[in-house]
Ligand binder design. Sequence first.
Ligand SMILES: Nc1ncnc2c1ncn2[C@@H]1O[C@H](COP(=O)(O)OP(=O)(O)OP(=O)(O)O)[C@@H](O)[C@H]1O
Ligand SMILES: [Mg+2]
Length: 140
Amino acid sequence: MIQDKSLTSKNLYSIVVSKEEDILTARKKARETAKVMGFNPIDQSRIVTIISELARNIYKYAGDGKIIMEVIKDNLNKGLSIQAIDNGPGIADVQLALEQGYSTSGSLGAGLPAVRRMVDEFSIETEVGKGSHIKLVKWI
Ligand SMILES: Nc1ncnc2c1ncn2[C@@H]1O[C@H](COP(=O)(O)OP(=O)(O)OP(=O)(O)O)[C@@H](O)[C@H]1O
Ligand SMILES: [Mg+2]
């Protein structure tokens, strides 16, 4: 990911997720950031959903972690980089976790597949017993 060196820390937001209400805080920050950046209303909603799903997964499966949002630029575009980081149990089978309908909690299993569909770049680094690091980018 190419970052503009002129960007300062005001372009980076880190939100700790350890309580259920932190999901709401993350959603609000996502809405505000997406709007200020100039994403259209549909993409603003997508970004809120993405952050919401990632924060909820952290809260539910890892207990705590953080969401990092960063405004990034390459030569042509501006975008939002989103990372979800936790030191939770990790994901044993990432391919499976990305399948629609797969859930280890009896939920819909729709979160990660939806997140992947809504972004331009998506990767998961995870290790059982160590945690998960989900990185994605959505360009304007
Ligand atoms: N941060 C995480 N740490 C550990 N496991 C995770 C994490 N995020 C997701 N998973 C695993 O991946 C599975 C799929 O996640 P996904 O968000 O797609 O579905 P879900 O959370 O089960 O259901 P839904 O999001 O639809 O309510 C989860 O059931 C869980 O086993
Ligand atoms: Mg989920």
